[in-house]
Design a protein around this ligand. Structure first.
Ligand code: IVH
Length: 701
């Protein structure tokens, strides 16, 4: 038996300590995937099980509880790119009940805490637990002023512009509403809209989303509100933050008031008075669940009277007056017939379990994700095994483990050669922090047909070549075009000449194009024939070479010729060149290795040479040497009001400063906008020079 599978009661002291450490890392990884990337790695039920195990170990061994224990955390830190909003009333989480017994314990604990006798009955509301993402929407004098995600519970992301595009959320409250109102509730995507969006994504050859919840989250956290507007998001109001006056004295009354103010509230909300009634209602909702137009993952019980809620108060991260009674994940057992390998847009090889069809929770399941080779090893599955699978509201089911393994079951060998037509070796690279990653990737990069189309989309994207009229849609259009294909970046720059050679079959004569739009496209391409060095480097789509790294490389090498020479030398194994690149600020071994690998691949070299032959590459802009901030390290934090974060960064870099993401001893200046939090505190602690936006403008004027 491994440590992971040992019951909490069996753990020795050192084992408990090790287990808590492992769980903190594991839960942290899942928190980041779920909240930070909107891309969960495991079903919610499995995540809940990890959290529960952590809590149980902490209860038995309180002295080993980590200072930053996952039991004290709510959600994830605020993502970069959005302003921050500090919640005046923290946004907390809910405790979970997984059995009728847990519900009984909860109700009894409420009675006990209040010193109330069971015959002095306490009413509870029961509300479906909507599987979306929580939102706090603030109204001042009746006007919607801010909308923020939960973030870490204290500070969320400012997503006001995006929330304003949700038709169901009123921008104005009716007359008579209190002067300050914070409505809290769940933004979600209806199942139907989710399926339609995924069908569209699939038709456009884009990756499909995993489930409505993560799609809703991803749609809301778009920096471009137009994208949010195009996704049909919906809302249910069920709670509140700051309120100038309380318009009701019960939970139920508050929800009725929200409805009167124009917010959608969930029609399945009821008020009940006994444990049996709560459990019966939960069972009814469980049956209705599959037919509801949206995903729910449980029923939330809340003490109805607000004065009692006030007396019960909160634990560190959840109220004592509420609990979420979760639905069990839907499971089934079936035979694993094969494991196929899919190649994703970044070349990542993902094993997919092919299953004998089985109905789980009313849905026929034939495939399940296996994530990576480690997962296959961890599960110990072989082809021919009967495996247990689970759908936890997720569209893509998961394999939980082996139920039965016949003697003739065949172990799976992860391929070492990519299934793409190039048959290039599969590589397992290091992550940016230098540890061996779990992802296996096709090393073909631009040459791998699976990856080429996605690379091309990256090549034309806003921060790379940014060609007007040539976006993702047009790449899809031209990629397989028989007479005017774009299969590699150089093809973009030969498009016009090839079009002219096509005689009557020219672009301007096609549906969807005309004389003007074809000419516009060619002009836009022509305008990009001369390109900044950093955009070219970024556009190549080399692993680990993001926008910032591309800028650093451009600035350090100055010209394409010298960067190219260094990259080829690194590919050829020249240590001095690798060390020189590694020594650059913010560039680590993972980048150097990725550059070396990219320029060691003959297909990539041919692709780059063909492209460069079409271009005039500008020398990198030399940063100013004599500005007051030249050579200094600057950090921007808080919500900037006078410039966007991109603008602030570009300006500082133009003036010869280095922009960092976090405060350290090396930071020279911290520019803090409103709502600045931990970075400001750290800067003050370290004695870093701190200023607001006006101070910054004053300094660099
Ligand atoms: S009440 C202080 N009611 O579940 C308690 N939450 O696991 C505030 N959720 O963060 C939450 N439906 O995102 C509440 N009817 C409901 C809910 C609900 C979904 C979500 C919410 C919360 C999470 C906690």
């Amino acid at each position: 038996m491994t440590l992971e599978t040992k019951s909490v009661a069996e753990l020795s002291e050192p084992e408990a300590k090790a287990e808590l450490e492992r769980l903190a890392v594991e839960i942290g990884r899942h928190d980041e995937a779920y909240h930070g990337q909107d891309a969960p790695l495991i079903p919610d039920a499995e995540y809940d099980a990890l959290k529960r195990r952590n809590a149980e170990i902490e209860e038995r061994f309180p002295h080993f509880k980590l200072a930053d224990s996952p039991s004290e955390k709510v959600g994830a830190a605020v993502a970069e790119g959005f302003g921050k909003v500090t919640h005046r009333v923290p946004m907390l989480s809910l405790d979970n009940a997984f059995s009728d017994e847990d519900v009984r314990d909860f109700v009894h604990s409420v009675y006990r805490f209040l010193g109330q006798l069971p015959d002095q009955s306490i009413a509870f509301t029961a509300e479906p637990k909507i599987d979306g993402l929580s939102m706090s929407i603030r109204y001042e004098d009746g006007e919607l002023v801010t909308a923020a995600t939960r973030g870490d519970g204290t500070t969320g992301e400012n997503v006001t512009a995006n929330v304003k595009t949700i038709a169901e959320i009123p921008n104005r409250l009716p007359k008579g509403a209190p002067p300050v109102v914070e409505i809290r509730g769940e933004v979600y995507m209806a199942k139907e809209d989710f399926l339609a969006l995924n069908a569209r994504m699939e038709a456009e050859g884009k990756p499909v989303y995993v489930n409505p919840r993560n799609t809703a989250a991803g749609s809301l956290r778009q920096l471009d509100a137009a994208v949010t507007a195009s996704r049909k998001l919906k809302f249910f109001a069920y709670s509140w933050g700051e309120m100038a006056d309380m318009p009701a004295d019960t939970q139920y009354g508050m929800i009725e008031m929200f409805k009167a103010w124009g917010f959608p509230v969930n029609p399945l909300t009821v008020r009940l008075e006994s444990i049996e009634a709560l459990i019966a209602h939960y069972n009814e909702i469980g049956i209705a669940r599959a037919d509801l137009p949206y995903d729910i993952d449980g029923v939330v019980y809340k003490v109805d009277r607000l004065d009692l809620q006030g007396r019960l108060g909160f634990r560190s991260r959840s109220p004592r007056w509420a609990i979420a009674h979760k639905f069990p994940a839907e499971k089934g057992a079936t035979r694993l017939t094969a494991i196929d390998i899919q190649v994703g847009r970044t070349g990542a090889l993902t094993p997919v379990a092919r299953l004998e069809p089985i109905t789980v929770g009313g849905v026929v399941v034939t495939n399940a994700t296996l994530h990576n080779a480690e997962e296959i090893a961890r599960l110990g599955i072989k082809i021919g095994d009967t495996v247990q699978i689970q759908r936890a509201g997720d569209v893509i089911p998961q394999v939980l483990g082996v139920v039965l393994s016949p003697d003739d079951a065949v172990p799976f060998e992860f391929p070492t050669i990519c299934p793409c037509e190039l048959k290039t070796p599969v590589i397992r690279e290091e992550t940016a922090s230098g540890v061996e990653g779990v992802v296996r990737r096709c090393s073909g990069e631009f040459a791998c047909p699976f990856q080429r189309k996605e690379h091309l989309k990256h090549f034309v994207s806003r921060k790379a070549f940014d060609i007007d009229g040539l976006g993702e849609k047009q790449i899809e259009y031209f990629y397989d075009d028989p007479s005017l294909p774009i299969r590699q970046p150089a093809d973009i720059f030969t498009l016009k000449a090839r079009d002219e050679a096509n005689g009557l079959q020219r672009l301007k004569n096609r549906d969807g194009y005309g004389e003007t739009s074809a000419q516009k496209l060619f002009d836009a391409i022509e305008a990009r024939r001369e390109i900044a060095l950093d955009r070219l480097i970024f556009g190549l789509g080399i692993r680990h070479v993001g926008e910032q790294t591309a800028k650093t490389l451009a600035r350090a090498y100055g010209t394409w010729a010298s960067l190219h020479e260094a990259a080829l030398a690194i590919a050829a194994g020249d240590k001095a060149s690798a060390e020189e690149m590694d020594a650059l600020d913010d560039i680590g071994p993972a980048v150097v290795e990725a550059v070396g690998r990219f320029f060691g691949e003959p297909h990539n070299i041919a692709m780059v040479d063909a492209l460069v032959a079409e271009l005039t590459i500008q020398e990198a802009e030399k940063p100013s040497q004599d500005s007051p901030v030249a050579g200094l390290t600057v950090v921007f934090t808080g919500s900037l009001e006078k410039m966007t974060r991109d603008e602030a960064k570009a300006m500082a870099e133009r003036l010869g400063a280095k922009v960092a993401g976090s405060v350290s001893k090396k930071t020279d200046i911290l520019v803090a906008g409103p709502g600045a939090g931990s970075k400001l505190a750290k800067a003050q602690e370290l004695g870093v020079r701190t200023m607001d936006e006006d101070g910054w403008f004053e300094l660099v004027r």
